[in-house]
Ligand binder design. Sequence first.
Ligand code: DUC
Ligand code: ZN
Ligand code: ZN
Length: 458
Amino acid sequence: MSVMIRNGRIVTADENYIADIFIAQEKITAIGVGLPYQANRIVDAAGKYVIPGGVDVHTHLDMPLGNISSSDDFETGTRAAAFGGTTTIIDYATQSKGMRMRDALSVWRKKAEGKACVDYGFHMIITELPDDYLNDMDEMIDQGVTSFKLFMAYPGVLMVDDATILKAMKKAAENGGLICMHAEDGNKIEAIVKKTIAQGKTLPIYHALTRPPASEAEAVQRAIDLAKEADVPVYIVHVSSQDALQKIIEARNKKVKIFAETCPQYLFLSIDDLEKPDFEGAKYVLTPPLREKWNQDKLWGGIKNNHLQIVSTDHCPFNFHGQKDLGINDFRKIPNGGPGIENRLHLLFDGGVLKKRININQWVAIISTTPAKLFGLFPKKGTIEVDSDADLVIWDPNKTHTISSRTHHMRVDYSMYEGFKVQGFAETVLLRGEVIINRGEWSGRSGRGRFIKRNKYA
Ligand code: DUC
Ligand code: ZN
Ligand code: ZN
């Protein structure tokens, strides 16, 4: 099967030009003006952008949490990703206590196999690391799981101590893994939560008020110090506040190898959303929490100036009815996380490129190229070059739509961006040369997504 994409404006992280793209055997095999080849299928992209498929390096599909699971599984979540122009995800597998990493990986691979509609890889969350588990990290790298997440929050559940973080970082310095940090001071938060509950404060807003920006900034600084000690790069996930960003800027100015992501929710939503009446604030209970609105401009500035290199979604959906409402009387019981896997490219094009906060090459860099580079997928993913996978989005820069749970494809009963009108649309999406979204309609197949063994961070 061959495909010719005619006359699109090809936009990558550093280029912008009009040409044809010829695809055969899942790969881009030629790029040029007026390519003379015959194809089985021709896609007319005149007047549209052609960009590399989005790479979302932070998702939680079919993620267990107590007695429930995140509401999207690998089928519904990755199909929604495709509608949003994302063709590769990296999901978080969790090594729970007493479990070896290989067993955790096999559990997560089974969740995805036969279901995923786009390509996928995994990070491994480490919850304990006794010396005899250290080689598990090498084994993961051999299996193409080349990044690891450690939590500085959630004492007694996911949190690890500094000695464990340092141990994992030193191992990563040796084997080339990339350490991803959830940076929030779990002990301090625990103490504030206890006091708050004792005062009878149980509404959703207290989720945010008990996790102040200072607790994020403290943990970011500690992660930086530990990474310096281990002499290893570190990646801070879901940066939400100016306080945390400032620590990152200071370290980067001193040439510390630190990378970081933020997420659309921190760019478009704020702590005010947690005060919505009738328990609707629970829809916005995420960790780290939404911040005061003024932080948004600071985070956009961080992206523009390349202090924040990636925007991922942290897609972690729970239904409002039946899941979020478990915490109706106690914010601690509201499952943390929100949906967004389908909305990332649209929000960032409209709110970033069209509002002139970033340029169009930066948009491609933060949604596709840099995540592919940092997480060992480049140049297979994240660019438009001969020999790259033909993961492409034909992007209509003029078409608008209104985001709504009534029309979205994520399996969740609300949208955090309900009513947002956005310009720019993922009209046609190809995964390794197969059209999986055709003019806004699903034409892919569940189970066609492939597990990608990632290279090490380079
Ligand atoms: N961290 C995440 O990365 N996602 C959901 C909740 C959390 O604490
Ligand atoms: Zn986290
Ligand atoms: Zn997450």
